[in-house]
Design a protein. Structure first.
Length: 432
């Protein structure tokens, strides 16, 4: 059995090591702001996507006071604040610390943890002990402070939704007493007691850091095969026997609408951008019921209940009227985009406007629009990839790690820009 977790959490704004990659790892945080064309950007890590109503209020206060007044959801269930003044960093950190959103200055970019959003709400096991335990362990580890801002932990309740996201370290609930530990994308997973799972996940991350020292690797997938095997061998004797469990190919987001009858409601957010009015509606709803929001890795939000049937229906009608996605037949279902122009200097087009102009019947596959080849925030699994290049829009079908030849390419970018109907038709055909 692994050693017991520490009895107490680290003190606020505890200090720790500095990442050896810090000069090259440009992932923003709340203490390291990123310069964008629309102002500075802060990324607030929300482990497991779990927010109390009071902490959600604090995020709204932060963007209202310092930013563009909107909340931007990420593909890891975190929140970005955009349009920040360049000199607001200290005051922003003070506000987030007071709200409990910044427990460790040294670890704030390392707290990348996604979790199954419906865990404990539809008959699946609760992941809260793992989530609080792992976050506490990460914040208490000097080594973990050196993790790249790209390194990702995933906590899966057994349904395979976040296991499919390709995290660096994944914990999977196998039963009340048993967990599985996956390192990278390996099909061989370790079986161990559920109570030992958070410490095993941290150990895997620390072993990755030792193996990656001097290699420039940010994530487990960046390691050579033999080095990944070394990490597994180091964790194995402590974790337990291995079993074969292939990683799911498709990451299934919660379906917008009621969840498990009325145990919760789920909504999606068009392009991941929430106005102050929409955010207040959601936090007010949370305060009336479970006092919690769960941000999903698919730029959606789950509001735990329970709700009476008529209450759930009325709440969904109100959220739908506010412009949120409350049913799977919404034209916005499965549509995503990076921030694009003018917010990003590298973007070659206003892809959010293009995505909006191309919204139509729900497609079989999700579609993601990127303003440049970096494809920031793109989904995982299978999707239609629309990338703006200097020569036009490249539209490809992506299946996991494989990309099919472009389904459609226009060499004249201006043609599509002046003919949004043609672009929309091409994308719709690819999604179908």
């Amino acid at each position: 059995m692994l050693a017991a977790m520490p009895d107490s959490a680290p003190s606020p704004l505890s200090t720790g090591g500095v990442s050896p990659h810090s000069s090259g790892d440009a992932c923003p945080g709340t203490l390291r702001l990123h310069r964008a064309d629309d102002g500075a950007l802060a990324r607030v890590r929300i482990p497991g996507g779990v927010l109390s109503a009071d902490r959600a209020d604090a995020l709204l206060a932060a963007t209202t006071r310092f930013g563009d007044g909107e909340l931007h959801l990420t593909s890891r269930g975190n929140v970005q604040l955009r349009g920040l003044g360049a000199e607001c960093g200290g005051e922003l950190a003070d506000l987030l610390t007071a709200a409990g959103l910044l427990p460790s200055a040294a670890h704030e970019r390392a707290r990348n943890i996604v979790a199954s959003p419906l865990a404990g709400l539809d008959g699946s096991p609760s992941l809260r002990p793992w989530l609080t335990g792992l976050d506490r362990l990460v914040c208490g580890s000097a080594a973990a402070a050196t993790l790249s801002g790209r390194f990702l932990f995933a906590l899966d309740d057994g349904r395979g939704d976040v296991d499919a996201l390709g995290a660096d370290v994944t914990l999977i609930a196998e039963g009340p007493e048993t967990a599985l530990l996956r390192i990278g994308a390996e099909d061989e997973v370790f079986r161990l007691p559920a109570e030992d799972a958070p410490r095993a996940a941290l150990l895997a991350a620390e072993e990755f850091l030792r193996a990656a020292r001097g290699s420039g690797a940010w994530r487990v997938k960046d390691l050579p095969d033999d080095v990944r095997a070394e990490v597994a061998r180091a964790v194995g004797p402590t974790a337990g026997p291995t079993v074969h469990r292939p990683r799911p190919r498709k990451a299934a987001a919660p379906v917008p609408g009621p969840a498990n009858s009325t145990a919760a409601i789920s909504i999606d957010v068009p392009l991941g951008r929430l106005s102050a009015t929409q955010w207040r509606l959601l936090t007010d709803t949370a305060r009336r019921y479970g006092n919690e929001l769960r941000l999903t890795p698919w730029r959606g939000i789950v509001v735990p209940g329970p709700f009476a049937h008529d209450e759930a229906a009325e709440t969904l009608r109100t959220l739908d009227a506010a412009g949120l996605i409350t049913a799977p037949d919404s034209p916005w279902t499965g549509v995503g985009a990076c921030i694009g122009h003018p917010g990003c200097a590298k973007s070659l087009s206003d892809v959010r406007a293009e995505a909006g102009a191309a919204v139509g019947p729900v497609g079989r596959l999700p579609v993601y629009w990127s303003g440049c080849e970096r494809r920031c925030g793109h989904p995982h699994g299978e999707w239609i990839d629309v990338v703006v290049t200097p020569d036009g829009h490249r539209i490809s079908h992506v299946r996991g790690e494989r990309r099919d030849p472009p389904a459609a390419v226009r060499s004249d970018h201006a043609t599509f820009r002046n003919d949004p109907a043609a672009l929309a038709a091409t994308v719709a055909a690819a999604r179908a």
